[in-house]
Design a protein around this ligand. Structure first.
Ligand SMILES: [Zn+2]
Length: 93
């Protein structure tokens, strides 16, 4: 395995402040599987919380389903009241 990039290089990589050649050097080193350097650079990566995002999306879907059911019920009631209040056949306006 290559020598480890120094900590300063790793932190500059993590903050996206490395020039292209430096980036390539660090990426090449990480790709060979150096766990020590992977741990160092992972500190700079944003924490991805997919679980929370999916939970929020699921909550939104459920909220909209409830609204849809309520709107359908209301539409049915309105249609029913319109049906019963229509003028009977033969009524002149
Ligand atoms: Zn390393």
């Amino acid at each position: 395995m290559d020598r480890h990039p120094n900590r300063k290089l790793l932190s500059r990589f993590g903050f996206g402040r490395l020039h292209r050649r430096g980036n390539q050097e660090v990426v090449r080193h990480l790709l060979v599987g150096c766990e020590e350097c992977q741990q160092v650079t992972s500190r700079y990566l944003p924490v991805l919380e997919y679980g929370a995002a999916f939970d929020r999306a699921q909550g939104e879907v459920e909220r909209r389903q409830i609204e849809l059911i309520a709107e359908r019920a209301e539409a049915g009631e309105l249609l029913g009241s319109c049906w019963h209040s229509r003028p009977s056949v033969g009524t002149s306006w």
